[in-house]
Design a protein around this ligand. Structure first.
Ligand code: FAD
Length: 463
């Protein structure tokens, strides 16, 4: 039986895989995408999108206090969390269907099934069907990491997957892991009235972010009544009649037992590299991840890997960018090499938001990089006061000699949008004076970005 041979067979339809399929089609390559679950991967189905839908609704609910400040009496007792849940599923399903349509529009077949590489240029599905490709692109993504003593049972101990599927709020939640996902869920639970204990082993929340900016978030979380423990380990857990007691140990061996109704473990994610046939084509993993070259080639010719299965930051926009580079390379174009880690924006959607790219001050100190920093508080931008979001700051590190922007860190309202002006400046090799002198509309939060650049030049006006 003759089989179609595609230019690229893509395994996985997450932000790496489906974008690869569309880009391949745009470049005139024949491609198919094989997916064992829903199109859109973790990001659209059990990650970025439903979590942002929950965050949005949490913020709408919490903003009832703004109405109360106007004298409007708000009865919050009618909250039906199952409706909140349903809306988050609707958002996920809409976008997952959107991926289906985009693939169709670009004439990229979406093949349902679990794929395994069974030889050079050959992918087999569980039902025995084979798909052939001149190139194979692995985009199988990642799944929540389990830690001993806190294994998921999907009832008492849950992962982010379980947290997104909750239809009822617990009275108390213990969140193990203060990274982006842990902080976002802490924000959601707290906004809806659940008592939150958030525990992070390293010395501040969002350990990869600049500690000074994260300090603003930690203060805000504590002010909102969350119990935040940093430099603290969860050492064990005992089930109780109604929930669990989690034992924690902080700095200097200080021990405490925390009673909770639900334990959410969000301590990282591991790559989906087992059972996809890497052995059949001689690809060896490193700590589970697939090592890749400048254009996301694996050690085996004709096989590429992108997204969460590689060891680059586990972010949807990184996954998509990597797939574009890989496919452009396969198409014989001359794409820029691997994503520059210093040019990747990070965004955390709690209140206040945190966003950044490039060098942070802690890393600069550790690495002995010479830098100057400029900061500007949100409260110096009139808009932040007018809209009652004056908590926050813009912080930029730059080279003391050349004034090149080395990194930027924003904490505050809309930080996840504002960061892009600074990232564009960095990638276009603009200097602080270029933004400092560009007219920004008044009143906007972007004025805080402009003022931080003026601060870099020593002439911030509103401080
Ligand atoms: P995935 O999205 O994991 O997709 C892989 C796909 O491959 C899946 O659909 C899977 O079913 C399929 N697959 C696996 N094995 C096979 C097989 N053998 N055969 C066929 N199909 C297979 N990132 C951000 O940038 N911003 C955010 O705000 C953000 N929020 C997040 C919130 C949460 C709660 C979580 C869990 C993650 C979040 N992320 C966020 C991370 C983001 O979701 C991932 O980085 C992104 O989904 C990775 O894309 P990917 O295509 O590499 O893999």
């Amino acid at each position: 039986m003759s089989e179609t041979e595609y230019d690229v067979v893509i395994i996985g339809a997450g932000p790496a895989g489906y974008v690869a399929g569309i880009r391949a089609s745009q470049l005139g390559l024949s491609a198919c995408v094989i997916e064992k679950d829903k199109p859109g991967g973790v990001c659209l189905n059990i990650g970025c999108i439903p979590s942002k839908a929950l965050i949005h609704q949490a913020e709408v609910f919490a903003s009832a206090s703004d109405l109360e400040a106007m004298g409007v009496k708000v009865d919050r007792s009618g909250l039906d969390y199952s409706k909140v849940f349903k809306k988050s599923r609707d958002a996920a399903d809409t976008l997952s269907r959107g991926v289906n349509s985009l693939l169709k529009k670009n004439k990229v077949p979406l093949i349902e099934g679990e794929a395994r590489i069974t030889g050079k240029g050959e992918v087999s599905l569980k039902d025995g069907k084979k798909v052939r490709g001149k190139n194979i692109l692995i985009a199988t993504g990642s799944r929540p990491k389990v830690i001993p003593g806190f294994e998921f049972d999907d009832k008492l101990v849950i992962s982010s997957d379980g947290a997104l599927m909750l239809e009822k709020l617990p009275k108390r939640v213990f969140i193990l892991g203060g990274g982006a996902i842990g902080c976002e869920f802490a924000h959601v639970f707290n906004a809806f009235g659940t008592e939150v204990t958030l525990v992070e082993m390293l010395d501040h929340l969002l350990p990869l972010e600049d500690s000074e900016t994260v300090g603003v978030l930690e203060k805000a979380f504590t002010k909102r009544g969350m119990v935040v423990h940093t430099s603290t380990k969860a050492t064990g857990m005992k089930k109780t009649k109604n929930g669990a007691t989690v034992s924690i140990e902080g700095k200097g061996g200080k021990k405490e037992d925390v009673e909770t109704d639900l334990v959410l473990v969000v301590v990282g994610r591991g790559p989906n590299t087992e059972n996809i046939g890497l052995d059949a084509v001689g690809i060896k993993t490193e700590r589970g991840f697939i090592p890749v070259g400048d254009y996301y080639q694996t050690t085996t010719k004709g096989i590429f890997a992108v997204g969460d299965v590689t060891s680059s930051p586990l972010l949807a926009h990184v996954a998509s960018k990597e797939s574009e580079i890989a496919v452009e390379y396969i198409a014989g174009h001359n794409p820029a090499k691997k994503v520059d880690p210093m040019a990747i924006p990070g965004a955390v959607y709690c209140e206040p938001q945190v966003a950044s790219f490039g060098l942070n001050e802690d890393a600069a100190k550790k690495q002995g990089v010479s830098y100057k920093k400029a900061t500007f508080p949100y409260r110096g931008a009139g808009k932040s006061v007018a809209v009652e979001r004056s908590e926050g700051m813009v912080k930029v590190l730059f080279d003391p000699k050349t004034h090149e922007i080395l990194g930027a860190h924003i904490v505050g309202a809309d930080a996840t949008e504002l960061i892009h002006e600074l990232l564009l400046a960095k990638s276009s090799e603009l200097l602080p004076e270029d933004i400092a002198t560009m007219i920004h509309a008044h009143p906007t939060l972007s004025e805080a970005v402009m003022e931080s650049m003026r601060a870099a030049e020593g002439w911030a006006i509103h401080i």
